[in-house]
Ligand binder design. Structure first.
Ligand SMILES: [Zn+2]
Length: 84
């Protein structure tokens, strides 16, 4: 409230860090493979996007448990993800 929060760049930065954290977590857990949340195929880091299992628009949160990795194209195909 009353906070000037105009820095979209900072938000993007946080989101990128979050994505890298989730990506590395998944990769570690699956021994080098990061399955796409949508199609199940391995996701290269350069194509990785952060996926909200339950979209923010539907009450999902930014908690780690609600975050997954998908291909950028799968994310777009899914449409409503990531609050965009
Ligand atoms: Zn995919």
């Amino acid at each position: 409230m009353g906070k000037r929060h105009r820095s979209g760049r900072r938000v993007a930065q946080v989101r990128k860090q979050r994505r890298e954290t989730v990506y590395k977590m998944k990769r570690k857990r699956c021994y080098g493979v990061v399955p796409c949340f949508v199609c199940g195929q391995h996701v290269d880091e350069m194509h990785a996007t952060l996926e909200h299992v339950q979209p923010l628009s539907k009450g999902g949160t930014d908690a780690m448990a609600n975050l997954d990795i998908s291909h950028s194209w799968c994310n777009q195909a899914r449409g409503n993800a990531d609050g965009r």
